[in-house]
Ligand binder design. Structure first.
Ligand code: SAM
Length: 468
């Protein structure tokens, strides 16, 4: 049975299970909550962030979505003494605490650009094409100690999902991000109960999303252990295989995900003992996907890894167009059809209020000065009256009588905004990220139809006789 916090999270954060700590915008921290002490803290296991320290004792048992305040723990004298051992308190999601200190919010907006750069792989596609198939490994982040000593801040405790895992996992390689994998999985029509082949598995970002797509939702107490779907992952870098295997097992996904240590260019996609995965869908995130295609035909020797009873969908993920043309050529030669290349251009819209150029006139023509608001209102009421008169004289004309009251609209806006000082909020504007950062990879899709010959036709006719 599948017992995974990714699919069946209990209502609260549990000990020895994964939780995602949402520290601030764009900053998620995956943490396995522990009841035992680590690093000698008197509080037991503690997670330190730039926005404070969180003893796990303050996180275990809180409902998902809760806001938890930081605790003061002494990081300088680990285990020897504890300054103010007061634990953090959890606030249910419905009762938000105050915003973080102003300097944090400012730091957040300054860091946003840097964070984005970290999230969008900056590696040049050409470099990836020419270089050895070893991707860049992100260096470990230095411990952030200064703000911990201040003991301020809060964060939210969230259950893990493939999306939050993608965002927060330790990137051993370039990874596939949510905008790409959501499109890939729906475009390949990956369904619960199906089998998907993935190579290379890398950091396991795509693996988690694929596991959710094939999982047929049988609850953990179901006795049916056979019919949930399957992800067969292949990776030739041994340390990455080990790390992914232990993450898959820690996440309770081992019934769904089989991680194979394999060079797929040379050794193909069969499971141990030359068993066919009988795959319905294939995702290749490899530097040279065309080299793996020879192992993905219906006549692969000794056995085909494909499901003989279904058409098979493939997607290859390549950052540069030369890789795409080489892949498309190999796909055509191997009999794949419906070859199409797509680029997902995900852009974040940054929506905020801007005060530039707005003074007393305020927002949407509404003045913040109450006297002037009353003046505007009485002017608008006059306009409304004149408009009504005008329309009344035009009975029978389409639209007549449907006067939109400008005064009512203004009163509505005023009521909606309450007593807020409108001029301080500024105009609502949005900006898009610079285009240069949007390219991740080209997605090349193709379909290999079912093999169809005399035998299949005879079987079909036996089942549904054609009366001619
Ligand atoms: N899709 C992964 C994710 O979302 O985390 C990232 C894949 S990473 C960009 C590419 C991986 O392919 C690397 O981990 C690399 O070791 C692996 N790889 C390259 N050539 C391979 C081969 N011939 N057989 C198996 N894996 C290979």
């Amino acid at each position: 049975p599948v017992v995974s916090p990714f699919f069946h999270p209990p209502l609260t954060a549990q000990a020895d299970s994964l939780a995602i700590l949402h520290v601030k915008r764009d900053s998620l921290l995956p943490v396995t909550l522990r009841t035992t002490a680590n690093d000698g803290y008197a509080e037991g296991a503690v997670t330190n962030t730039r926005f404070g320290s969180y003893p796990h004792s303050t996180l275990i048992g809180v409902p998902w979505g809760s806001q938890v305040r930081a605790s003061k723990v002494d990081t300088g004298t680990r285990g020897r003494k504890t300054k103010n051992a007061k634990s953090g308190t959890a606030t249910p999601a419905s009762e938000p605490a105050e915003q973080p200190p102003q300097d944090e919010a400012a730091a957040d907006s300054k860091k946003r650009k840097a964070d984005d750069e970290q999230l969008q792989p900056p590696e040049s596609p050409t470099k990836k094409m020419k270089a050895a198939p070893e991707p860049t490994i992100k260096p470990p982040q230095p411990p952030l100690k200064a703000a911990v000593e201040a003991g301020s801040g809060f964060m939210h405790v969230l259950p893990p999902t493939p999306e939050s895992w993608t965002y927060s996992l330790d990137h051993r390689t370039q990874v596939v991000y949510t905008p790409d994998y959501s499109y890939i999985l729906q475009r390949m029509q990956v369904k619960p109960g199906q089998t998907l082949i993935e190579a290379g598995a890398g950091s396991g970002s795509f693996t988690h999303a694929a596991a959710r797509a094939v999982y047929n939702g049988y609850p953990s107490d179901s006795s049916d252990t056979t019919s949930h779907g399957k992800v067969c992952s292949f990776e030739y870098h041994a340390p990455r295989v080990d790390t992914l295997r232990s993450e898959i097992s820690a996440h309770g996904l081992q019934p769904l995900v089989h991680v194979n240590h394999r060079d797929v260019y040379n050794d193909g996609f069969l499971l141990p003992s030359a068993v066919s995965p009988r795959a319905n869908a294939i995702f290749l995130d490899l530097p040279m996907p065309w080299l793996a295609l020879k192992h993905l035909s219906r006549s692969s020797s000794p056995t085909s890894p494909l499901d003989p009873n279904s058409a098979v969908n493939i997607c290859t993920f390549s950052p540069c167009i030369e890789q795409v043309t080489a892949t498309a050529s190999a796909l055509r030669k191997a009999g794949w059809t419906e070859i199409q290349t797509v680029e997902v251009q995900n852009r974040r819209l940054d929506v905020r209020r801007e005060r530039v150029g707005i003074k007393e006139e305020g927002l949407r023509g509404v003045n913040s000065n109450p006297a002037t608001v009353e003046e505007s209102l009485s002017r608008l009421r006059e306009v409304d009256a004149k408009l009504s008169e005008f329309h009344a004289g035009k009975a029978g004309v389409p639209g007549a009588g449907k006067v939109q009251s400008k005064a009512e609209r203004l009163e509505g806006i005023r009521a909606e905004l309450g007593g807020r000082k409108l001029f301080k909020e500024g105009r609502l504007v949005h900006r898009t990220e610079p285009e240069v950062k949007t390219h991740t990879s080209y997605l090349t899709f193709a379909v290999l139809p079912m093999a169809w010959g005399e035998a299949e036709e005879a079987e079909m006719e036996a089942r549904w006789p054609v009366d001619m």
